[in-house]
Design a protein around this ligand. Structure first.
Ligand code: PSU
Ligand code: MN
Length: 305
């Protein structure tokens, strides 16, 4: 018999019409150290609620996809060191072998779509890496925007990426890409940049209308939404940039590649900023979760028939 993604769910989930916000779990297992990771994941859920949405953290527990992890499950994910980082290509292996798996943006989008969830908040998405001409490293997160009709709110392309190439790649794929309340593309740790946003929207009703229209113009496409980090947490771009360049040199020297690249750079930047980048990371995710909470009802409505 043919197995569908839904057959791998821990329960029979269907969130149609509900003001839900999906949350990923890679950020818990591979994006931050314990115990900040668990504390942040729970605070992020609270921010979604404060904004008026229902948070659903997604992860794989002993081979079963759980949508809406409990606080105990989140704690377990934060502590274990055998949780697999699962992008879309890892989902089948993780479920087939009964392992614990943390879902990346791409994997979370695919799962969200199968459960009729159309909104997802995270910190930063993966993108085109700076060494792309040598490594070909382009995150599977980008491609997923052409396959899953989920709006993803993040704080911009991670500063560790090649921002210009990431933006160009999304243009090539034809993915709607907007920034909320700003003319420029935010760079994760910094609020503004020299890159002009492809589209700036300051009006929620317009955003909903656009998503609704795209259901027929670009069926199965997601929307990439940038939400700048709050001013008081924004780091100095030059300061972060110098550290990132050292981190990339270190990475190349150590021969780190593939799925280890992003976790290595995030922890390198954290060490070198004396934890300041982690503080910024926590603030921006919470902010994204709150904004997603405020949009949850409106976006769920866009998918009512
Ligand atoms: N942004 C963060 N922390 C993270 C990630 C992004 O601030 O941990 C994770 C997300 O889960 C994203 C993944 O989907 O990194 C991208 O990994 P890769 O570049 O290997 O595709
Ligand atoms: Mn990669």
């Amino acid at each position: 018999m043919n197995i569908s993604l839904k057959d791998l769910f821990a329960e029979d989930y269907d969130f149609s019409g509900r003001p839900v916000v999906a949350l990923e779990s890679t950020i818990i297992s591979h994006g931050m150290p314990y115990p900040e990771n668990v504390k942040t994941a729970l605070a992020v859920e609270e921010e979604v609620r404060r904004g008026g949405g229902i948070p659903l953290t997604i992860g794989i527990i002993k081979g079963k996809i759980k949508i809406g992890m409990t606080a105990e499950e989140i704690e377990e994910f934060g502590k274990r060191n055998d949780v697999m980082k699962c992008s879309t290509r890892d989902l089948a292996y993780c479920c087939a072998s009964g392992k614990y798996g943390a879902t990346t943006v791409a994997a979370t989008m695919k799962i969200a779509k199968a459960a009729n969830i159309h909104l997802f908040a995270t910190g930063g998405i993966g993108g085109v890496h700076r060494e792309v001409t040598k490594t070909y490293d382009i995150s599977a997160d980008l491609k997923e925007f052409t396959e899953s009709d989920v709006a993803v709110i993040c704080a911009g392309p991670k500063a560790i990426l090649d921002v210009a190439k990431t933006l160009e790649y999304m243009e090539t794929l034809g993915v709607p890409n907007i920034t909320l309340n700003s003319e420029s593309v935010p760079l994760f740790y910094t609020r503004e940049s020299k890159y002009k946003s492809p589209l700036n929207i300051n009006d929620n009703e317009l955003l909903y209308k656009m998503i609704k229209y795209n259901r027929s113009i670009l069926p199965n496409y997601g929307t990439l939404i940038f939400n700048p980090i709050p001013k008081e947490y924004s780091l100095d771009e030059k300061y972060v940039e110098e550290i990132i360049q050292k981190g990339i040199a270190e990475l190349t020297k150590k021969g780190i590649s593939g799925k280890e690249v992003t976790p290595f750079l995030l922890s390198y930047v954290k060490e070198m900023t004396g934890g300041k980048s982690l503080e910024a990371n926590i603030a921006l995710i919470k902010n994204n979760a709150f904004v997603a909470g405020t949009l949850a009802k409106g976006i769920a409505k866009c998918f009512e028939d």
